[in-house]
Design a protein around this ligand. Structure first.
Ligand code: KMH
Ligand code: ZN
Length: 284
Protein backbone atom coordinates (compact mmCIF):
# COMPACT_ATOMS: atom_id res chain seq x y z
CA UNK A 1 0.00 0.00 0.00
CA UNK A 2 1.23 3.48 -0.88
CA UNK A 3 0.96 5.09 2.54
CA UNK A 4 0.54 8.85 2.74
CA UNK A 5 3.53 10.86 3.89
CA UNK A 6 2.16 13.94 5.62
CA UNK A 7 4.57 16.80 6.11
CA UNK A 8 3.62 19.47 8.61
CA UNK A 9 5.09 22.95 8.20
CA UNK A 10 3.97 24.39 11.54
CA UNK A 11 5.70 27.74 11.06
CA UNK A 12 7.19 29.51 8.08
CA UNK A 13 8.84 32.90 7.86
CA UNK A 14 5.86 35.05 6.99
CA UNK A 15 2.74 34.45 9.13
CA UNK A 16 2.62 36.16 12.54
CA UNK A 17 0.59 35.91 15.77
CA UNK A 18 -1.31 38.96 14.49
CA UNK A 19 -2.63 36.67 11.72
CA UNK A 20 -3.30 33.72 14.05
CA UNK A 21 -2.95 34.07 17.84
CA UNK A 22 -2.02 30.37 18.14
CA UNK A 23 0.88 30.70 15.73
CA UNK A 24 4.07 29.28 17.33
CA UNK A 25 7.18 31.46 17.72
CA UNK A 26 10.05 30.30 19.95
CA UNK A 27 11.60 26.79 19.83
CA UNK A 28 9.37 25.44 22.60
CA UNK A 29 6.11 26.58 21.00
CA UNK A 30 7.29 25.26 17.64
CA UNK A 31 8.22 21.92 19.23
CA UNK A 32 4.80 21.60 20.90
CA UNK A 33 3.02 22.29 17.59
CA UNK A 34 5.30 19.79 15.83
CA UNK A 35 4.76 17.04 18.42
CA UNK A 36 0.97 17.45 18.20
CA UNK A 37 1.23 17.32 14.39
CA UNK A 38 3.22 14.06 14.49
CA UNK A 39 0.71 12.54 16.92
CA UNK A 40 -2.04 13.53 14.43
CA UNK A 41 -0.32 11.71 11.54
CA UNK A 42 2.63 13.78 10.23
CA UNK A 43 5.88 11.92 9.60
CA UNK A 44 7.97 14.89 8.36
CA UNK A 45 8.31 18.23 10.12
CA UNK A 46 9.36 21.01 7.76
CA UNK A 47 11.09 23.26 10.23
CA UNK A 48 11.62 27.01 10.33
CA UNK A 49 12.46 28.74 13.61
CA UNK A 50 11.72 32.16 15.03
CA UNK A 51 13.19 34.34 17.71
CA UNK A 52 10.90 34.58 20.75
CA UNK A 53 9.44 37.84 19.37
CA UNK A 54 8.53 36.13 16.10
CA UNK A 55 11.40 37.38 13.93
CA UNK A 56 12.29 34.70 11.33
CA UNK A 57 15.64 33.10 12.19
CA UNK A 58 18.14 30.58 10.84
CA UNK A 59 19.89 30.31 14.23
CA UNK A 60 21.37 26.81 14.66
CA UNK A 61 20.86 27.15 18.43
CA UNK A 62 17.12 27.74 17.95
CA UNK A 63 16.93 24.83 15.49
CA UNK A 64 18.83 22.55 17.89
CA UNK A 65 16.53 23.49 20.77
CA UNK A 66 13.35 22.85 18.78
CA UNK A 67 14.70 19.55 17.40
CA UNK A 68 15.78 18.36 20.87
CA UNK A 69 12.28 18.98 22.29
CA UNK A 70 10.60 17.26 19.33
CA UNK A 71 12.88 14.21 19.40
CA UNK A 72 12.36 13.76 23.13
CA UNK A 73 8.68 13.11 22.47
CA UNK A 74 8.19 11.65 18.98
CA UNK A 75 9.95 10.00 16.05
CA UNK A 76 9.73 12.05 12.86
CA UNK A 77 11.91 13.18 9.98
CA UNK A 78 13.22 16.69 10.56
CA UNK A 79 13.45 18.65 7.35
CA UNK A 80 15.05 22.02 7.99
CA UNK A 81 14.30 24.99 5.76
CA UNK A 82 17.14 26.45 3.73
CA UNK A 83 14.64 28.89 2.24
CA UNK A 84 14.33 30.85 5.47
CA UNK A 85 12.92 34.33 4.90
CA UNK A 86 13.38 36.25 1.65
CA UNK A 87 15.62 38.66 3.61
CA UNK A 88 18.07 35.92 4.73
CA UNK A 89 21.49 35.79 3.10
CA UNK A 90 22.80 32.66 1.39
CA UNK A 91 25.19 32.00 4.30
CA UNK A 92 22.42 32.44 6.89
CA UNK A 93 20.19 30.05 4.98
CA UNK A 94 22.90 27.37 5.14
CA UNK A 95 23.60 27.68 8.88
CA UNK A 96 21.38 24.81 10.07
CA UNK A 97 22.95 22.61 7.39
CA UNK A 98 26.56 23.37 8.27
CA UNK A 99 26.25 23.75 12.06
CA UNK A 100 23.79 21.17 13.34
CA UNK A 101 25.30 18.01 14.82
CA UNK A 102 24.07 15.51 13.85
CA UNK A 103 22.91 17.02 10.56
CA UNK A 104 19.17 16.91 9.87
CA UNK A 105 17.89 14.01 7.77
CA UNK A 106 16.39 16.35 5.19
CA UNK A 107 16.57 19.97 4.07
CA UNK A 108 14.71 21.95 1.44
CA UNK A 109 16.31 23.14 -1.78
CA UNK A 110 14.36 25.55 -3.98
CA UNK A 111 15.14 24.97 -7.64
CA UNK A 112 15.01 28.54 -8.92
CA UNK A 113 14.24 32.18 -8.30
CA UNK A 114 10.60 33.19 -7.97
CA UNK A 115 8.52 36.28 -7.26
CA UNK A 116 7.12 35.84 -3.75
CA UNK A 117 4.26 38.27 -3.13
CA UNK A 118 5.91 41.68 -3.45
CA UNK A 119 9.36 40.19 -2.78
CA UNK A 120 11.82 38.04 -4.71
CA UNK A 121 12.94 34.65 -3.38
CA UNK A 122 16.41 34.40 -4.85
CA UNK A 123 17.82 30.99 -5.82
CA UNK A 124 20.39 31.38 -8.59
CA UNK A 125 22.17 28.32 -10.05
CA UNK A 126 25.37 28.92 -8.05
CA UNK A 127 23.41 28.87 -4.78
CA UNK A 128 21.65 25.66 -5.80
CA UNK A 129 24.96 23.96 -6.66
CA UNK A 130 26.55 25.15 -3.41
CA UNK A 131 23.61 23.83 -1.34
CA UNK A 132 23.71 20.46 -3.17
CA UNK A 133 27.41 20.16 -2.28
CA UNK A 134 26.85 21.01 1.39
CA UNK A 135 23.94 18.57 1.64
CA UNK A 136 25.76 15.68 0.00
CA UNK A 137 28.88 16.14 2.17
CA UNK A 138 26.65 15.53 5.19
CA UNK A 139 24.28 12.89 3.81
CA UNK A 140 21.31 15.28 3.94
CA UNK A 141 18.44 14.35 1.66
CA UNK A 142 17.09 17.34 -0.28
CA UNK A 143 13.42 17.98 -0.85
CA UNK A 144 13.29 19.87 -4.13
CA UNK A 145 10.90 22.82 -3.86
CA UNK A 146 9.13 23.57 -7.13
CA UNK A 147 7.18 26.85 -7.35
CA UNK A 148 7.16 26.99 -11.17
CA UNK A 149 7.34 24.58 -14.09
CA UNK A 150 10.80 26.01 -14.88
CA UNK A 151 12.01 24.89 -11.45
CA UNK A 152 11.05 21.33 -12.29
CA UNK A 153 12.82 21.56 -15.65
CA UNK A 154 15.92 22.87 -13.83
CA UNK A 155 15.84 19.95 -11.38
CA UNK A 156 15.41 17.39 -14.16
CA UNK A 157 18.36 18.96 -15.97
CA UNK A 158 20.57 18.54 -12.87
CA UNK A 159 19.41 14.93 -12.58
CA UNK A 160 20.29 14.30 -16.24
CA UNK A 161 23.72 15.87 -15.71
CA UNK A 162 24.35 13.72 -12.62
CA UNK A 163 24.52 16.68 -10.25
CA UNK A 164 21.51 15.34 -8.35
CA UNK A 165 21.93 11.60 -7.91
CA UNK A 166 19.26 8.93 -7.38
CA UNK A 167 15.52 9.16 -6.79
CA UNK A 168 14.50 12.65 -5.68
CA UNK A 169 11.64 13.91 -3.54
CA UNK A 170 9.82 16.91 -5.00
CA UNK A 171 7.46 19.33 -3.29
CA UNK A 172 5.16 21.30 -5.58
CA UNK A 173 4.44 24.58 -3.80
CA UNK A 174 1.42 26.02 -5.57
CA UNK A 175 -0.50 29.22 -4.94
CA UNK A 176 2.24 31.63 -3.87
CA UNK A 177 1.13 35.07 -5.12
CA UNK A 178 3.30 35.82 -8.16
CA UNK A 179 4.09 32.16 -8.86
CA UNK A 180 2.18 29.17 -10.25
CA UNK A 181 -1.48 29.13 -9.17
CA UNK A 182 -2.81 26.46 -6.81
CA UNK A 183 -5.06 24.61 -9.26
CA UNK A 184 -5.51 20.87 -9.82
CA UNK A 185 -4.67 21.41 -13.51
CA UNK A 186 -1.28 22.91 -12.60
CA UNK A 187 -0.55 20.08 -10.17
CA UNK A 188 -1.46 17.45 -12.75
CA UNK A 189 0.72 19.18 -15.35
CA UNK A 190 3.75 19.07 -13.01
CA UNK A 191 3.10 15.44 -12.07
CA UNK A 192 2.87 14.56 -15.78
CA UNK A 193 6.40 15.92 -16.32
CA UNK A 194 7.93 13.84 -13.53
CA UNK A 195 9.82 10.73 -14.70
CA UNK A 196 9.12 7.38 -12.97
CA UNK A 197 11.01 6.60 -9.80
CA UNK A 198 10.77 9.95 -8.04
CA UNK A 199 8.35 10.85 -5.22
CA UNK A 200 6.39 14.05 -4.74
CA UNK A 201 4.19 16.00 -2.39
CA UNK A 202 2.11 19.12 -2.76
CA UNK A 203 1.95 22.21 -0.57
CA UNK A 204 -1.10 24.21 -1.56
CA UNK A 205 -1.06 27.78 -0.27
CA UNK A 206 -4.18 29.14 1.47
CA UNK A 207 -7.46 27.63 0.29
CA UNK A 208 -5.54 25.46 -2.20
CA UNK A 209 -4.13 23.39 0.69
CA UNK A 210 -7.21 21.20 1.10
CA UNK A 211 -8.12 20.90 -2.58
CA UNK A 212 -4.61 20.07 -3.78
CA UNK A 213 -3.93 17.83 -0.79
CA UNK A 214 -7.01 15.79 -1.65
CA UNK A 215 -6.02 15.61 -5.33
CA UNK A 216 -2.53 14.46 -4.30
CA UNK A 217 -3.96 11.71 -2.09
CA UNK A 218 -6.03 10.49 -5.06
CA UNK A 219 -3.05 10.68 -7.46
CA UNK A 220 -0.73 8.70 -5.18
CA UNK A 221 1.40 11.68 -4.11
CA UNK A 222 2.08 13.01 -0.63
CA UNK A 223 0.86 16.14 1.15
CA UNK A 224 2.18 19.08 3.16
CA UNK A 225 -0.08 21.11 5.44
CA UNK A 226 0.50 23.61 8.24
CA UNK A 227 0.47 27.26 9.27
CA UNK A 228 3.40 28.08 6.97
CA UNK A 229 1.02 27.55 4.05
CA UNK A 230 -2.46 28.03 5.46
CA UNK A 231 -3.96 29.11 8.78
CA UNK A 232 -7.64 28.43 7.95
CA UNK A 233 -9.68 25.28 8.53
CA UNK A 234 -12.36 26.56 6.17
CA UNK A 235 -13.24 29.95 4.69
CA UNK A 236 -13.37 32.54 7.49
CA UNK A 237 -12.56 30.01 10.25
CA UNK A 238 -9.03 29.84 11.62
CA UNK A 239 -7.64 26.34 12.19
CA UNK A 240 -7.46 25.38 15.86
CA UNK A 241 -3.93 24.10 15.41
CA UNK A 242 -1.46 22.60 12.98
CA UNK A 243 -2.54 19.20 14.30
CA UNK A 244 -6.12 19.90 13.20
CA UNK A 245 -4.93 20.42 9.61
CA UNK A 246 -2.82 17.26 9.77
CA UNK A 247 -5.71 15.30 11.27
CA UNK A 248 -8.04 16.29 8.42
CA UNK A 249 -5.70 15.18 5.62
CA UNK A 250 -4.94 11.98 7.57
CA UNK A 251 -8.70 11.28 7.66
CA UNK A 252 -9.01 11.91 3.93
CA UNK A 253 -6.05 9.59 3.37
CA UNK A 254 -7.67 6.81 5.40
CA UNK A 255 -10.92 7.17 3.44
CA UNK A 256 -8.98 6.76 0.16
CA UNK A 257 -6.94 3.76 1.41
CA UNK A 258 -3.85 5.93 1.97
CA UNK A 259 -3.40 5.82 5.75
CA UNK A 260 -0.65 8.06 7.10
CA UNK A 261 2.90 6.68 7.03
CA UNK A 262 4.84 6.42 10.26
CA UNK A 263 8.27 8.03 10.31
CA UNK A 264 9.86 4.59 9.78
CA UNK A 265 7.60 3.96 6.79
CA UNK A 266 8.31 7.40 5.35
CA UNK A 267 12.06 6.77 5.68
CA UNK A 268 11.67 3.57 3.65
CA UNK A 269 9.75 5.35 0.89
CA UNK A 270 12.30 8.18 0.76
CA UNK A 271 15.40 5.98 1.03
CA UNK A 272 16.58 7.37 4.35
CA UNK A 273 19.02 7.46 5.93
CA UNK A 274 21.45 8.27 3.14
CA UNK A 275 24.68 6.33 3.43
CA UNK A 276 27.01 9.22 4.30
CA UNK A 277 27.74 9.20 8.06
CA UNK A 278 27.18 12.45 9.99
CA UNK A 279 30.19 14.74 10.50
CA UNK A 280 31.50 14.97 14.01
CA UNK A 281 32.59 18.59 13.91
CA UNK A 282 30.98 21.65 12.37
CA UNK A 283 32.41 22.77 9.05
CA UNK A 284 33.54 26.38 9.56
N1 KMH B 1 9.85 31.49 3.26
C1 KMH B 1 10.03 31.37 1.85
C2 KMH B 1 10.69 32.58 1.29
C3 KMH B 1 11.67 26.70 2.27
O1 KMH B 1 11.31 26.58 3.42
O2 KMH B 1 12.60 26.07 1.79
C4 KMH B 1 10.84 30.18 1.46
C5 KMH B 1 10.46 28.88 2.05
C6 KMH B 1 10.99 27.70 1.35
O3 KMH B 1 9.79 28.78 3.05
ZN1 ZN C 1 9.39 26.69 4.44
Amino acid sequence: MNKLIITCAPVGAETMKADHPGHPYGPEEIAIASIEAVKAGASIIHLHVREDDGTPSQSPTKFAEAIRHIKEEVDCIIQISTGGAVTATEDERLLPVTELIPPPEMATLTMGTVNFGDEVFLNPPALIRRFIGEFSRRGIRPELEIFETGHLEAALRLIRKGELVGPQHFDFVLGVPGAMAGTPANLMHLVSLLPEGHTWSVAGIGAAELTLGTVAVALGGHVRVGFEDNIYFRKGELAESNAQLVGRIARIGRELERPPATAAEARKVLGLPLRKPPRLTPNK
